[in-house]
Structure formats: structure tokens, C-alpha cells
Design a binder for this molecule. Structure first.
Ligand SMILES: [Zn+2]
Length: 267
């Protein structure tokens, strides 16, 4: 019996490729590669399935999103062909070096009465629902440039203080430019959400498939409707300072299978 199970183990695991050790920082989209023969693969990490594509040289390339708040440490990655595990890798996540950002806003934008809090929560819930919406995959997962010209006024991951009180870390990047600056989609996709939110202001969410959703906030105007399919570089609206904003800017956030990732790691 022991011999049989030993034989089975040898058959199952003897030809696993050497485990690759990948490294990333919080908020990265880490791109990984593996070489094995398979018609299809299932790439698994953090209890989620991630996109993987067969490359011209016969290897597989996959992408994994490291949420901004992932605890530093080493996490297992499994490649399987649908029947059995064909490669076992790992990713070691280290802490991001994020700066601190203080903003001062009107009191009504920092301390909310009960009806406003209710509105904020229900708006956030509707936006969150888009992060897990299924959308047909686009061929690519990379963003072809930034959605607007301008200067980066608040980087990804910054620890936010609003009127002196600590808030959630900044889950996107802010691009500042004059009001009316055009905002374009850096990747084709389906418009999942258009709303005028108390804190985020006029907001558009676009699903790109492969578990990728990009979000654009504080817009002065929006040019798209829910359900519309848009092409890469199509205009989706104009920059503004709607919602909680200290001046005209675009907040650009990206979710990858619900992980808050740095949009710049997809450029
Ligand atoms: Zn922002």
C-alpha cells in the first residue's frame, strides 16, 4: 500500500517544475510565468482564480493582484490544468512605502449626519457591487497610458488624514489638471456604473473583464451610460472637483478581483 502511494506521489509530483519565488509590494499587480504543458490552466492565489494566458513560446503568463492591505509574508501560488496541480510557486509580499496625505475640507464633508451617512453607505455599496461584476474579457489586461494628462497630486497607498482624522488609505492615484480636461478610458470595457456620489462626486466604473474594474471620480461631467461598451481611448467625461475634492482632479482607482491595486502597475 505504501509502495502504491509512493508511486502515485512520484507520478503526480516528480515532474513539477522547480517552484518559482516571486516578490511584490502591497498594491502591485505581479506578472508571473511558468513552463509546463497544458491546454488550459487555473491560476490560484489568495483563494481566488487569476487570469493566465498561453504565450507564443509555449509558457504561461499570469497576473495576480496584491491588495493594498495584504499582510507582508509569503503566499502560495498554484497552477493547475483543471485535473491536477502542475506547478507550485510563491509570492512574497513586502510593505509598501506610502506617504502621508493631509487634506482639509468643509465640515459637512468630514462629519456626516445620519441621513448623509446612510447615503454614503448605500452609494459605496452600489459601487462595490461593480468590483465583482462578470464582464467579457478584453484581450489585454494592461492599461494603454493614463486616463488624463496632469500631475500626480496624491500617489497610491497614501495614508489619508481628513481634517486631522485618519481615514482609509488612498486606493488610487489622483491626477490634477484644470477642470474640463478630458478623461479617456485606458482600456476597452463595459460601463458598469455612472453615479453622482456624495464623497466620490460624479463617478464612472468600467469593467474590462479578467476581473479588472477601473473607477474614475470627481468628474465635472460624464459622457457614458451604464451598459455601454467603450473602446480604449474613448472619452468618458471631463475632470472636475465634484464630491469631496480640494480642487479639480481625477481619482483613478483599479480593482483586480476586488484587490485594491496601483493603476500604475498595469501601465
Ligand atoms: Zn483620490
Amino acid at each position: 500500500m505504501k509502495l502504491i502511494s509512493l508511486c502515485i506521489s512520484l507520478i503526480l509530483f516528480s515532474n513539477l517544475p522547480q517552484a518559482a519565488e516571486w516578490s511584490a509590494i502591497q498594491g502591485d499587480v505581479v506578472s508571473i510565468k511558468a513552463s509546463f504543458e497544458a491546454d488550459k490552466v487555473r491560476l490560484w492565489c489568495f483563494g481566488k482564480k487569476w487570469p493566465a494566458k498561453l504565450q507564443a513560446d509555449g509558457s504561461w503568463k499570469g497576473w495576480i493582484g496584491i491588495d493594498l492591505k495584504t499582510k507582508p509574508g509569503t503566499y502560495p501560488i498554484e497552477w493547475s490544468n483543471g485535473k491536477r496541480i502542475v506547478a507550485k510557486d510563491s509570492v512574497t509580499v513586502s510593505k509598501g512605502e506610502f506617504r502621508i496625505s493631509h487634506i482639509t475640507v468643509e465640515k459637512k464633508m468630514a462629519d456626516f449626519d445620519a441621513p448623509t451617512l446612510k447615503r454614503i453607505r448605500s452609494e459605496a455599496k452600489l459601487l462595490r457591487a461593480t468590483y465583482i461584476a462578470a464582464v467579457d474579457a478584453t484581450p489585454d489586461i494592461h492599461m494603454d497610458g493614463k486616463p488624463a494628462e496632469g500631475i500626480e497630486s496624491t500617489p497610491f497607498g497614501a495614508q489619508r488624514y481628513v481634517n486631522g482624522a485618519a481615514r482609509s488609505p488612498h486606493s488610487g492615484i489622483d491626477i490634477a489638471a484644470p477642470a474640463g480636461t478630458p478623461i479617456t478610458a485606458p482600456l476597452a470595457g463595459k460601463v458598469l456604473h455612472v453615479a453622482d456620489m456624495y464623497l466620490n462626486g460624479k463617478t464612472v466604473a468600467i469593467g474590462h473583464g479578467n476581473g479588472l474594474v477601473s473607477v474614475y471620480s470627481h468628474m465635472q461631467s460624464t459622457d457614458v451610460t451604464i451598459g455601454q461598451w467603450i473602446q480604449a481611448h474613448q472619452k468618458i467625461g471631463e475632470m472636475g472637483s465634484t464630491g469631496r475634492a480640494t480642487g479639480p482632479h481625477l481619482h483613478w482607482g483599479v480593482r483586480f478581483h476586488n484587490a485594491r491595486v496601483n493603476p500604475e502597475s498595469l501601465l
